[in-house]
Ligand binder design. Structure first.
Ligand code: FES
Ligand SMILES: [Fe+2]
Length: 381
């Protein structure tokens, strides 16, 4: 008998049970987990609004007064480097009659609302509200833009819409220990590629997190460098997953110089990692690619691929050219993935599509699925 589990809309108990199986018996999430607007609405409530999300790098707003505007699940926010040196994330909706006080990015000492010119400082404190004499009991000093919980982690400005959320760093301490030698905090964004992607966010994350598809999707690119069959995923001890892709070659590929202090195997190998739900970092011997995911709806997400290098490498001879070469390679590989994801998205919509069996090489997807079910409040067996 088919029974709907009402805590995850549109998914049946049988479908959930197949996802919960040990990896060697496990199935993918059912198509409705990707397609359903009700599932997406529940993801927003149960996952996105309670998770730590990476909003910016400190090097993207390195100077006091610099800011970046974003939209977080219906909440317009800005990430601000305060003139006092602090990094904050706050609402950018005016406290008067709700006009946005900032758009895009830039550098300001004051944020002045374009509607009636209320002015806020870089901490979100209202400094001046013109022509408000006679508004009884009103005082600028009592007005501050709502602040969002923020944490700095390895050069990333993280934010969580849940004010009661536990701190991020302890949850990913074991994860971070894998990558200490890459010195993430000393890196800077050197190039950003942007994509508007017509798929559910999990289609991208799953594609990012397995090397099984190298044998077909990347047969002409990645497979000869990182064989699908050699990839491995350690057990995890928290809300994260690590895919290790050992290099097929002994020598380091030409191009950007390796990060100083890495072990020789770290200079050669590739790691694709996720801190759930969708903080994606790929570690190479030469730098890091940060796939910044912005889910928009069940069937759409925006993606920014930021390429990071150690700050000390920027001044090296030939760095600019090598960085462009790396960006071109990332773009080629991502276009191969776009093609695969487009096809998967069409297939998921087909009436006869059902859950498929996972390969043991897709352990990262299995790890994410177990976490997803727990967060979406599916009852345990
Ligand atoms: S809405 Fe911002 S000053 Fe009126
Ligand atoms: Fe891929």
């Amino acid at each position: 008998m088919t029974m709907l589990i009402d805590r995850i809309p549109d998914l049946t108990a049988e479908q959930i049970a197949r996802v919960r199986q040990p990896l060697k018996n496990a199935y993918t999430l059912p198509p409705q987990a990707y397609l359903s607007e009700d599932v997406y609405a529940q993801e927003e409530t149960e996952i996105m609004r309670k998770s730590w999300l990476p909003l910016a790098r400190v090097d993207q707003i390195a100077e006091p007064g610099q800011y970046i505007s974003l939209d977080l699940f219906g909440q317009p926010v800005m990430v601000v480097h305060g003139t006092d040196g602090e990094f904050r994330v706050m609402s950018r909706v005016c406290l008067h009659r709700a006009a946005p006080i900032a758009e895009g990015d830039g550098k300001r000492k004051l944020f002045t609302c374009p509607y009636h010119a209320w002015s806020y400082d870089t901490t979100g404190q209202l400094i001046r509200a013109p022509l408000m004499d006679g508004a009884e009991g009103f005082a600028e000093k009592d007005c501050k833009l709502p602040q969002i919980k923020t944490e700095l982690w390895n050069g990333f400005i993280m934010a969580n819409l849940d004010l009661d959320a536990p701190s991020f760093a302890p949850q990913v301490a074991d994860y971070a220990s894998y990558f200490e030698k890459y010195k993430l905090e000393e890196m800077v964004v050197v190039k950003t590629l942007e994509f508007d992607s017509p798929w559910n966010w999990k289609v991208l994350v799953e594609n990012f997190m397995e090397a099984y598809h190298h044998i077909a999707t990347h047969a002409q690119s990645l497979e000869s460098l990182f064989h699908a069959r050699d990839s491995k995923v350690p057990d995890n001890s928290g809300p994260w997953s690590i895919l290790h892709m050992p290099s097929a070659h002994e020598e380091v590929a030409p191009g950007l110089p390796p990060i100083e202090g890495l072990e020789p195997w770290q200079e050669r190998d590739l790691f694709a990692t996720v801190m759930f739900p969708h903080f994606l970092l790929a570690f190479q011997g030469t730098g890091v690619a940060w796939y910044q995911v912005f889910p928009q709806a069940a069937d759409r997400m925006l993606l920014k691929i930021h390429l990071l290098s150690p700050k000390s490498h920027l001044a090296l001879d030939g760095f600019g050219e090598a960085a462009e070469g790396n960006a071109a390679l990332v773009s080629v590989v991502h276009h191969e993935d776009i093609d695969a994801n487009d096809k998967v998205w069409e297939g998921l919509k087909a009436p006869l599509t059902k859950q498929g069996r996972l390969s043991p090489l897709e352990k990262s997807i299995w790890q994410l699925n177990q976490w997803w079910l727990e967060k979406m409040n599916a009852p345990a067996e």
